[in-house]
Design a protein around this ligand. Structure first.
Ligand SMILES: [Zn+2]
Ligand SMILES: [Zn+2]
Length: 445
């Protein structure tokens, strides 16, 4: 039985029933001559526009930042649920009976503890550590306490993948899966899996809020989304942030023990992370544009792995480079293709790469996470350029060596001068391996 009534935040025009516990507020407010949007947290004045409003027959200011979710203006009212409601009945839904590795178990216990004690937690787990399974027991504990649980992430493909995993692990629990265009409505579901943008629909709703891939775009850049996330959680509760690549501030706080955190420096298969090597190739762009020729070192490296029949990821800084480099790679092997965010065939190409129909995939950072290909070898051309941040390079390196059978993938960063971010990425990977050995979670070489 549900105690009290719980509704998502909603604009009053669409609301038939306003729960007595709710607070009514103006969606866009002018505070000390500056506008603020109380749905999406936007305070950037560039994203406000004023127009003559037919609804209220006067001049209204609306927020452009969150307009895709429906217009919020100075004449829109929001009903915000203020009471902290729980289900009375405890719910046991977990049927997953896989086995956690010792490192996963340690993290899982920390998650359960955070749920019981209502504190926040940073879960810093390397790429390929098996993060999802570490959440199951904590979520089960929260559901048993009658809590509302939400798992959110910046990326739609991750939402879909998580939805799959959780439907299997919690088959009897009602799960809402929300993203732009999903067409699903929230209906007091015990478990919600959604994009970070969808959190704008909720206020003080989730007792346990898990944010996966906190370092991914746009959550890493758009500060108003941090406000949205903190508003979606109940006042007492726990927010668990999951990442393989925390910001340097978070890393420092975690390493000094200043925030609740748990580190999982080792992959489930007990092999260390492949460490990137650096190789200078000078002004490669000029050579490729002039003669459609790859740097010698890269060509040699490609040929080595082509011969061994390995799938190869070749990361490039921009879409324009991606296309030029494809031409140059074609001279080495025709068994290649390029993908980027604007490519209408990107899904088809990635799936051909998965199947082994394409051997070299030239890509921008869109494939820095999420895609796992056994035995893949990784090269980055122009690794010193701005787009390749520490976090991007750690994620990219994390594509290699994920399966036990192929735990020794190679990662090579071709550059025209080593960047600070390259050094930091390598340092972070070495640190993780060091901690993994120290904990006894990696097999000795
Ligand atoms: Zn807004
Ligand atoms: Zn108006």
């Amino acid at each position: 039985m549900l105690i009290g009534r719980k509704l998502p935040i909603t604009s009053l025009t669409n609301l038939q029933e306003i729960p007595p516990s709710s607070q009514i507020i103006q969606a866009v407010q002018k505070i000390k001559s500056r506008y603020e949007c109380f749905r999406c947290g936007n305070q950037d004045q560039h994203f406000f526009a004023t127009h003559y409003c037919a609804k209220c027959s006067s001049h209204c200011t609306y927020c452009r930042k969150c307009i895709v979710m429906g217009k919020m203006s100075t004449c829109t009212m929001l009903a915000i649920n203020e009471t902290d409601m729980k289900f009375e009945d405890s719910l046991s839904g977990l049927v997953w009976n896989g086995k956690l590795s010792p490192q996963q178990k340690e993290a899982s216990l920390k998650v359960v503890e955070a749920v019981h004690r209502n504190h926040d937690l940073l879960l810093w787990a390397v790429c390929g550590a098996g993060k999802t399974e570490m959440l199951f027991e904590g979520i089960e504990a929260a559901l048993q306490q009658g809590k509302f649980v939400c798992i959110t992430t910046p990326r739609v493909d991750v939402v879909l993948e998580l939805a799959n995993r959780f439907r299997q692990a919690f088959p009897t629990v009602s799960i809402a899966v929300l993203y732009g265009g999903s067409g699903e409505e929230w209906n007091r579901n015990r478990l919600t899996i959604c994009t970070v943008h969808q959190l704008m629909k909720f206020r003080h709703m989730f007792h346990l809020l898990i944010i996966d891939e906190v370092d991914a775009f746009p959550y890493n850049i758009e500060k108003h989304l941090h406000w949205v996330a903190s508003e979606a959680r109940t006042e007492t509760g726990s927010t668990i942030q999951l990442t393989a690549t925390p910001s340097s501030d978070q890393q420092q706080l975690a390493l000094k023990g200043k925030i609740h955190n748990v580190m999982v420096p080792a992959r489930y298969h007990r092999q260390p992370l492949p460490v990137p090597s650096f190789e200078w190739v000078g002004n490669w762009r000029k050579a490729i544009h002039k003669k459609q020729k790859l740097p010698n070192q890269l060509e040699k490296w490609l040929k080595k792995f082509l011969q061994d029949n390995c799938p190869i990821f070749l990361f490039t800084p921009t879409i324009k480079d991606c296309v030029f480099i494809e031409e140059a790679v074609k001279k080495v092997t025709t068994n290649s293709a390029s993908v980027h965010s604007q490519d209408p065939l990107r899904h088809e190409k990635v799936s051909a790469f998965r199947k082994g129909d394409i051997q070299v995939l030239i890509t921008t950072t869109i494939l820095e996470r999420g895609v796992t290909i056994p035995n893949s070898q990784i090269a980055v051309l122009g690794a010193d350029e701005e787009i390749f941040t520490e976090s991007a390079l750690v994620q990219i390196s994390g594509r290699a060596g994920r399966q036990l059978e192929y735990a020794n993938g190679e990662v090579i960063l071709f550059h025209n001068g080593i960047s600070e971010e390259m050094v930091r990425a390598k340092k972070q990977i070495l640190l993780m391996n060091h901690l993994g050995y120290e904990k006894g979670w990696l097999d000795e070489k």
